[in-house]
Design a protein around this ligand. Structure first.
Ligand code: NAP
Length: 298
C-alpha cells in the first residue's frame, strides 16, 4: 500500500459523476475558486458546469489526468470500481481518489482493499447532507480509512463541507455511521408521518401536530444520552420507566392506529419488541433493555 499522500497537492480537482450530488460538489469547488474539471457518462449533464467555469473532460481518463485530487460521485461503489478499473493501469499514479458514493460498510471495505491491492491512494467519504448544504457552513462529510489522505487534501475537501471529520481507520466506519444516522433520521420521519396519519384521521391537521411532535423531540437528546450510558454499561435499570408499563402504552398506540384506519406496522413493531423483552423476563427493566432484545433476535 502506498502510504505517502501527495505532498505537493495543488488546487486542481476533478469530479467524475454529475448527478445532483456530483453537480453540487463541482459547483461548490468552482465557487471556492478551485481549478475544476468534470466528467459525466451522459455528457449533457456537464454543460451547466462548463458555463460556470469548469473544464469538461472528454472521457474519464482525461478527467483523472487533469487533477491531483479525483472525486468520484457515482451511484454506488461497484460502478465506481468498474469505471476506475477501465482506466489505464498508470492513470491513477500520483492521484488521490475520494469516493463519495453511498455504500454499506462491507462495500466500502471492499473498495479500500481493491485500491490497496492496486496501490491506488483512495479515501472513502460519506456525505451526510443534501445537495443545498454542500459548500455551506452546515456541510458534513465523514471520512474513514486513510487519514493521511484526508489531511493532505483537507483544504480542498473542506470547500465541500467545513465539517469533515475523520471517524476511524476502518474504511467501513464512515458507512457504519452513515447508515446508523440515516436510521435515526428515517425512523423519526416515518414516526412523524404515521402519527400525522392518525392525528389527521381525528380531525387535526398535520401542521397542528408539529409543535406537539417537537415537544417529544426536545426530550430526545437527554434520552439518547441515558440510553447510551445503559447500553455501554450493560445495565438497564427500570427506576424511571419500565417495560411492562411501556408495553401498555404501545398497545394503546396500536389500537389508536387501527381505530383511525391507519397501517399499524410501525407501532406493532415497537409493541412486539417490548412484548419480547417482557416475555424474556425483563418487564421491570427500562426501555434501554430493548438493545439486548435487538442484539439477540429470536
Ligand atoms: N443527492 C443527495 O442528496 C445525496 C446525499 C448523500 C449521498 N448521496 C450519494 O451520492 C451518490 C450520487 O448521488 P446523486 O444524487 O448524484 O444521484 P445519482 O442518480 O445516484 O447519480 C448517479 C451518477 O452516477 C453515474 N453513474 C451511474 N452508473 C454509472 C456507471 N456505470 N458508469 C459511469 N457513471 C455512472 C450517473 O451517470 P449518468 O448521468 O450517465 O447516468 C450519475 O452521474 C449516490 O451514491 C448517493 O447515495 C446523494
Amino acid at each position: 500500500m502506498t502510504t505517502d499522500p501527495n505532498p505537493h497537492a495543488t488546487n486542481t480537482v476533478s469530479v467524475l459523476g454529475l448527478g445532483p450530488m456530483g453537480t453540487a460538489l463541482a459547483q461548490a469547488l468552482l465557487s471556492a475558486g478551485a481549478d475544476t474539471t468534470v466528467w459525466n457518462r451522459t455528457a449533457s449533464k456537464a454543460q451547466p458546469l462548463e458555463q460556470a467555469g469548469a473544464t469538461v473532460a472528454p472521457d474519464a481518463a482525461a478527467a483523472v489526468a487533469a487533477s491531483d485530487l479525483v472525486i468520484t460521485c457515482l451511484r454506488d461503489h461497484a460502478s465506481t470500481r468498474e469505471l476506475l478499473d477501465e482506466l489505464p493501469a498508470e492513470a491513477l499514479a500520483e492521484r488521490t481518489v475520494v469516493v463519495f458514493a453511498s455504500s454499506t460498510p462491507s462495500e466500502a471495505r471492499a473498495t479500500q482493499a481493491w485500491a490497496d491491492d492496486k496501490d491506488i491512494r483512495l479515501l472513502v467519504g460519506a456525505i451526510m447532507v443534501p445537495t443545498p448544504l454542500i459548500g455551506s457552513p452546515e456541510g458534513l462529510i465523514l471520512y474513514s480509512g486513510r487519514e493521511d489522505l484526508l489531511e493532505a487534501h483537507r483544504p480542498t475537501l473542506e470547500k465541500l463541507a467545513p465539517r469533515s471529520p475523520f471517524v476511524g481507520a476502518d474504511p467501513g466506519m464512515a458507512s457504519v455511521l452513515d447508515t446508523a444516522m440515516l436510521e435515526v433520521f428515517f425512523t423519526g420521519m416515518t414516526a412523524f408521518l404515521h402519527a400525522a396519519a392518525v392525528v389527521t384521521a381525528n380531525g387535526l391537521s398535520a401542521a397542528d401536530f408539529v409543535p406537539w411532535a417537537n415537544s417529544m423531540l426536545d426530550i430526545l437528546p437527554e434520552t439518547f444520552r441515558g440510553l447510551a450510558e445503559d447500553t455501554d454499561r450493560g445495565e438497564y435499570p427500570g427506576t424511571e420507566d419500565n417495560l411492562a408499563m411501556e408495553l401498555s402504552a404501545l398497545r394503546h398506540m396500536v389500537h389508536a392506529s387501527h381505530d383511525a384506519g391507519v397501517d399499524s406496522r410501525l407501532p406493532a413493531l415497537l409493541r412486539d419488541v417490548a412484548q419480547d423483552a417482557v416475555d424474556r423476563g425483563h418487564g421491570a427493566d427500562g426501555w434501554s433493555r430493548v438493545v439486548e432484545v435487538l442484539r439477540q433476535p429470536r
